[in-house]
Design a protein around this ligand. Sequence first.
Ligand SMILES: Cc1cc2nc3c(=O)[nH]c(=O)nc-3n(C[C@H](O)[C@H](O)[C@H](O)COP(=O)(O)OP(=O)(O)OC[C@H]3O[C@@H](n4cnc5c(N)ncnc54)[C@H](O)[C@@H]3O)c2cc1C
Length: 304
Amino acid sequence: MRKLLLWCAQNKWLASHVPRWSFARRAVRRFLPGEGFDAALKAAVDLRAQGIGALFTLLGENVTELEDAGQVVEHYEEVLAASGGVHAEISVKPTQLGLDIDPAAAYANLQRLAGAAGKAKSFLWIDMEGSAYTDRTLDLYSRLKSEHSHVGIALQAYLHRTVGDVAKLLPSKPAIRLVKGAYAEPPQIAFPAKRDVDANYLALCAFLLPEVKRHHARLVLATHDTDLIAKAWRFAQAAGMERSQMEVAMLYGIRADEQRRLAREGFDVRVLIAYGDAWYAWYLRRLAERPANMLFVARQLFGA
Ligand SMILES: Cc1cc2nc3c(=O)[nH]c(=O)nc-3n(C[C@H](O)[C@H](O)[C@H](O)COP(=O)(O)OP(=O)(O)OC[C@H]3O[C@@H](n4cnc5c(N)ncnc54)[C@H](O)[C@@H]3O)c2cc1C
């Protein structure tokens, strides 16, 4: 089911038709507060009242016109100017900034966003996409990090290479958002079994948390896996960290009760709020993460 859903995520016919179906639009509302930024901002204000921070992401990937990438940059500049009150950060996909078309232009777009994020005292995260982009994304990040301190990158624990990538990044005092990984990858490069992905995730935490304590890295545990978070917290405690130094991020609409519990307990919790009309591929990846979500989609279809 995971493979099928990830295949559907890449299918151009489905991508152009499914978003028109009203039951699909109803189903996606579970993970998006709305398509417009105003709905995302309102959700961030509500979360802020519960002691939870926000991470905004405008949905979209693999743009084919540089003009569209330029509009994404302008949009984020407006978002950064408008969201000072909620202390939000932003997260972008390199292919949404033109990486497929012109890597130099994509880098210039990232530089502009890093500048805007710095001015707004915010933080720019670079999402990690499928493995065809890993090297180029790491390269963009390393260059950007040499010019800007408030930039971070998502790394995927399902890739065998990630431990090596972490080691290479460490001298630059990186900011790493550690995720399990959301794309369909072959077993030659990614652990096929969930237990191996989880074990690698934990090993990476064990390696990085002492670096966080020494202020040599920023680490955000971007996962809904509360067992893993609890295990990582034991490593953090052993490294002498306070709860407030342990950063966790989850997606809007997923395990909201756990988001609130962790925030109440004193962890630094942030929720990624996605918005925009290009939700199709992103939404299919959310369904693939938990195929039981298909039941919810079916209920929307049959009005149950
Ligand atoms: C803040 C954030 C940023 C991310 N950025 C990236 C990125 O840049 N690149 C990338 O490849 N991936 C990214 N991801 C996605 C990530 O790679 C995983 O696919 C996703 O988080 C699901 O894995 P998990 O860590 O939650 O663990 P899992 O073991 O999959 O899930 C743990 C538990 O969480 C719940 N859960 C998880 N996912 C769902 C869901 N979709 N619906 C309902 N319940 C669910 C279930 O109860 C499950 O048992 C991001 C995730 C987060 C939270």
